[in-house]
Design a protein around this ligand. Structure first.
Ligand code: DON
Length: 580
């Protein structure tokens, strides 16, 4: 540990903690930020958005499991303990470092549109696009869930412990319950739709209609049945038969936006193995996920555009550094809107978008001392077929990221989601159903051109999720990271990588650095950070600014040169870092 502190040149009181992962300090749901959350371990580590999930993952590794085994247990527990964010009714992406094979694997468990879904899904009869909430709530936004098929695929290739063993922590919580946290209770109190219908009304609210209070024991016997069946039969118990039929019944008979999903859509879902993508930042190799997520491309572009700036000497409270980061993020978002969609439907020019010469040319548009008047997409040959569509970022924080390093040095970076807070607001069999299909462009045509990310039958909606693994100059795994945040995900992840690599902060400090994100023409500065005080300086650079809370949920692990693991959980959530 002394070595770790020396390496960073920091005296972080936070790390004057026992080698076992530190307990989380829950953030205040109303303030958005709490104290830094970190931990140091020697052998293995799990950083996740709830302490129950981090504990579950750590217990699986302690019992002899590897990082993939732990990921299954973590996601199942998150499904219950962070039901607003991810779960069995949603999707996700996994990036895996298999240390022995020295191989990186990407697994795609992104939801798919029903086969019958058409391009006008989110248009009203008069051709106008539906409002965001109008489209989200109800059946039509629900994609065929993918996360469990993905975990099963990854486990079949890499798992060590028996599949059924990985369900034990979740089954225990489902049957015995867990005390609702401050954050979940606060989000329930704010939700306008869950109290309107069953089963969410009885499940999350008291008889007099109040959100269940923090500390209330929440059991989920219906979900326990799903878990026991999946443990015994595999994911076919979820994707076929009675449970699948209930999911389909729930979405097709929803009182709002009845869906066209069928049991055949459920049965046909397949997770995919895809090629990860890599680039460089300073002396590191940065590897992340490819489409249907745009996030990896954006992270590599953002870091690549920043490389020519001396961010290290500017430091973590520099308006110039933060302006450069925000402007690089703006350019990356423009390319995302133009060029990224499901690669099974559209020839995403991935290699062109991450080519070093292209990124260097894009970087010349950035003036760290001013705001670009416009941040257009780059000119690539496939452009003639498409046009832009800018998606709005969700209001309520959802989605989750967890990072795992096991005893053998394998690592998982996994981001999972049901899209916006509590997804479509529909529940089946004790789990929430996603609203991932609103990650498609609502418009199929804009300015007379086809939109790459339009709705099509059996297509995966574009994502921004960005699970990322970073290797040092000798090829050794060094950083495992990712975040929720919708279109802001790559901005959160890239800035935190800058904080780790350039500013040499510990993971706990790095995930706590101020967030800056562009949304349309507005620059969002995180409330309660140095950025708030610097709002006039950003205005002077030409930005239209908004000071607001930030919805990241960064969970990062750094492997120190001597092998010590340092972890950080986002102080904006209730996460934890666990391990030994
Ligand atoms: O796949 C995506 O990019 C989005 N559905 C993620 C949504 C999200 O992160 C919401 N969180 N704050």
């Amino acid at each position: 540990m002394r070595h770790a502190l020396k390496y960073f040149g920091l005296v972080a009181a936070l790390y004057a903690l026992p080698a076992l992962g530190a307990e989380a300090i829950n953030p205040e749901a109303t303030t958005g930020r709490g104290a830094l959350i970190g931990g140091v371990t020697k052998s293995y580590m799990v950083a996740a958005a709830t302490s129950y999930a981090a504990d579950a993952g750590a217990s699986i590794i302690k019992a002899g499991g590897n990082a993939v085994d732990a990921a299954v247990a973590v996601e199942l527990v998150l499904s219950m303990t962070e039901p607003q964010s991810s779960g069995v009714g949603g999707g996700g992406f996994m990036l895996l470092w298999d240390r022995n094979a020295r191989q990186m694997k990407m697994y795609d468990g992104r939801e798919k549109a029903p086969a019958a879904a058409g391009e006008k899904r989110f248009l009203k009869p008069d051709g106008a696009v539906m409002g965001r909430i109008e489209a989200i709530v109800g059946g039509k936004s629900v994609g065929v869930p993918g996360v469990m098929r993905m975990l099963e695929l990854a486990h079949s290739k890499h798992g060590k412990l028996p599949w059924a063993r990985l369900f034990e922590p979740a089954i225990k919580i489902a049957e015995e319950g867990f005390p609702i946290g401050e954050r979940l209770s606060a989000l329930l109190a704010r939700d306008q739709y869950l109290p309107l219908w069953e089963p969410t009304k009885s499940f999350f609210y008291t008889a007099d209609g109040k959100a269940k209070a923090p500390g209330t024991l929440l059991k989920n016997p219906e979900f326990a049945v799903v878990l026991r069946r999946m443990a015994a039969e595999g994911t076919k118990a979820l994707y076929t038969g009675a449970i699948a039929a209930d999911v389909v019944h729930t979405v097709t008979t929803a009182s709002r936006n009845a869906s066209d999903m069928t049991v055949a859509d459920m049965a046909a879902y397949e997770a995919k193995e895809r090629e990860p993508i890599c680039g460089k930042y300073r002396d590191k190799k940065v590897c992340t996920i490819s489409p249907p997520s745009s996030g990896g491309i954006s992270v590599l572009q953002t870091l690549g555009m920043l490389e020519r700036f001396d961010l290290a000497s500017m430091g973590p409270e520099s308006v110039t550094a933060y302006n450069a980061i925000a402007e690089a993020g703006r350019l990356a978002l423009a390319d995302r809107a133009m060029y990224v969609a499901d690669p099974d439907f559209f020839p995403v020019p991935v290699q062109d978008l991450i080519a070093a010469h292209y990124i260097a040319q894009r970087s010349t548009l950035i003036d760290p001392k001013a705001r670009m008047k416009t941040a257009p997409a780059g000119e690539l040959t496939v452009k003639k077929a498409m046009t832009l569509f800018a998606a709005e970022s969700p209001e309520i924080p959802a989605t989750t990221h967890f990072s795992i390093v096991d005893k053998q040095g394998n690592a998982v970076a996994m981001t999972a989601t049901i899209e916006s807070g509590f997804g479509s607001k529909l529940m089946s069999n004790g789990f929430m159903l996603n609203n991932e299909l609103t990650d498609f462009s609502y418009d199929d045509v804009a300015q007379g051109r086809t939109v790459a990310n339009r709705v099509q039958g059996s297509k995966r909606p574009r994502s921004a999720m960005s699970p990322t693994l970073i290797f040092d100059k000798d090829g050794k795994l060094e950083i495992v990271i990712g975040s929720p945040g919708g279109p802001a995900i790559p901005a959160y992840v890239a800035k935190t990588i800058v904080a780790l690599v350039d500013w040499k902060l510990t993971p706990a400090e790095a995930v706590g650095t101020a967030n800056i994100v562009t949304s349309g023409d507005t620059l969002n500065l995180e409330e309660g950070t140095f950025l708030e005080k610097q709002a006039p300086a950003f205005k002077a650079l030409g930005h239209s600014v908004r000071v607001d809370q930030s919805g990241s949920g960064l969970h990062a692990i750094r492997i120190m040169p001597g092998g010590t693991l340092m972890g950080g959980a986002d102080p904006r959530r209730e996460g934890a870092v666990k391990g030994e």
